[in-house]
Design a protein around this ligand. Sequence first.
Ligand code: AMP
Length: 287
Amino acid sequence: VVFDRVADVRAHLDAARAAGRRVGLVPTMGSLHEGHLSLVRRAAAECDTVALTVFVNPLQFGPGDDLDSYPRHLDADIEHAAGSGAAVVFAPSVAEMYPEPSGTTIEVGALADVYEGASRPGHFAGVATVVAKLFHAAGPCRAYFGEKDWQQVLVVRRMVDDLFFPVEVVTCPTVREHDGLACSSRNVRLTPDERRAARSLFEALSGAAALVDAGQHDPEAIRRHLTGIITREPLVALDYAAVVRAHDLAPLTEAKTGEARLIVAARIGTTRLIDNLALTTAAPGTP
Ligand code: AMP
C-alpha cells in the first residue's frame, strides 16, 4: 500500500502496532538499488510491517548540489520495495513534508560540522530534520540505515539518543558492486570512464586496510596511502580521506583495528561519491 499523507501512514502504522506488529522503517531518497533493498530485506526479516519511505529531501541539498538532477523512479521503487518485503511505501510530496510556513529544524552539534558536514554546510541539519519528521510520522519502530553513509548513521543515532526518539537504529553493511564500488543512486550518472575511475575509492580503502593488517598503525601514513591511490586517478578529485575514531569521527594518534574507520569523499566529473571501511578483518563494526 502506498501513502503520500503523513496522517495516513501514521494511522496505518499505529493500527499495525495496536495489532501487536513490530514496525520497521527504511528511509530512502528512492532510485532503489541493492544497498537499499538489503535494508528492506533485513527489516522484513526482523519486523512484521516494513515501511519504505521515498523522499528526495530538499533540505539536505546545498545550492550547488544535485537536487534537480537527483534520479527519481517511484514506480520502479514501489515494485522493488514490495518484492523485497516492504508492505508499505510512504512517498510524500515536498509540500506534505514541509507545509508552509515552517521554520523548525534540528541542529545536530559538532558531529555535523566535520567531513561531509564541512563539505556540505547544512547537510546534516537537513538530514536530521527530515529523519525526525519521518520518525514522528512512523511512530515507534526499528529504523534501518546503511553503513555506506557512516557519518549519517552517527548523526541519526545521536539525535535519537539526545531527543529520546522511541526508535531503535539498526545499521546494515555496505553493499558493493562486483568491483567494490559502493552501490549508490548516483553511480548511474557516471560515464564509462568515470565508472572505471570510481573503483579507486574502494581500492584505496581496501589497500589502506591491508596496510593496517600488515602492521601500519600510523594514521598519517595510512591517510597518505589512501590519498596516493585516489589522486593517481586523473578523473577523481579527492575531497577528503581520513582515519578517524569510528564512533565519533575524532582524530586518532594510533589506528587500531576495531576502533578506527577509514572515510573518503571525492568528486568524479559532476558526481560526488563517499565511502568508508572499518579497520577489521572480521565483520564490519557498527557505531
Ligand atoms: P539514500 O537513498 O542514498 O538516502 O540512502 C537511503 C539509505 O540506504 C541510507 O540509510 C543509506 O545509508 C543506505 N544505503 C545507500 N547505499 C547503500 C549501500 N551501498 N549499502 C548499504 N546501504 C546503503
